[in-house]
Write a protein that binds this ligand. Sequence first.
Ligand code: EPU
Length: 335
Amino acid sequence: MQIQEYVSLRPFNTFGIDVQARRFARFTSGENLLEILDENFGTPLFLGGGSNILFTQRVDGIVLKNEVAGISLIGSDENHYFVKAGGGEKWHRLVMFCVENNYAGVENMALIPGSVGASPMQNIGAYGVEIKDVFYELEALHLGERRIQKFSNSDCRFGYRESIFKSTYKNQFVILSVTYKLSKKAVLNTAYGAIKAELEKMKVVEPSIRNIAEAVIKIRESKLPDPKKLGNAGSFFKNPEVETETFNSLQVQFPGIIGYSLPGNKVKLAAGWLIEQCGWKGFRDGDAGCHANQALVLVNFGNAKGKDILLLSEKIIDSVKKKFGVHLQREVNVY
Ligand code: EPU
């Protein structure tokens, strides 16, 4: 166990915000984590891939980086493969492991930045598929009681970018491993227009899961900035849900508005469109900005402070509220 002092967190958050942690350590197993916790450095801040956090201040306590590794097939039944992965593994590595072995179900979620441990935390999703569709179970360490607990799919209470680990059990558990249930027979999800268009461009008629992953990678690369080149944390805001009635009256005023019907008389609005209409797309103030190809993504051009990005997000929230009467919620965690 090695505990470092006064460490810059810049390499450990995809926004590339330069704040310091008083102490920093990596853990590679539950036992290893318990050893570190026994040192009593106060309430730790846990980091996975650092792709969903905006640091607005230094961390006076200890930052613990999840590096629990390993991806392996642990079983199968008539229709499924069960793949277990360490919480510290890169999510995209898990996707490629499944694609290479022809285990179906995660191909639409290729190239999402972040770690396996974070994937159920906020029920990551893209192009019509979410973690909850392939999640089997996870093992998490309860920090207060120092015991490992298993969670099934229903235990996690998955919602849109939500799980029990972001609500009731916030900051109480650390996810050590996740087991996914992949299909032997692929049911491809190509409903998303951009995927269809990309497959046509690739001249693929009968797509394999590898083709889908390749199409998704191309789409993401064209719209979403590579955090290694331009700091960002993916979508900064959630797509807001409104009542169908509200949507209908908004549509009268703003005929171009984009919404997707949901069960329960609700419509999910495309926040990127709302933000773009308020004139923010491509906006830059100092090193904080709104991405030119996807207004839902805020970016750090180099040396932005977390507070600069936060301030920009507040201005965006205010202007969307003023123009459309819709309240945007952040998807990214602010520290
Ligand atoms: N749009 C605009 N202007 C913009 C951005 C988007 O008009 O600047 C329009 C697009 O033309 C499209 C609609 O809004 O008609 C939706 O855009 P897009 O397909 O890019 O998806 P999104 O709703 O903006 C969500 C997820 C992404 C995920 C994509 C694809 C959320 C908050 N975001 O974005 O997830 O990759 O769908 O499934 O749900 C993330 O969570 O970090 C993330 C990147």
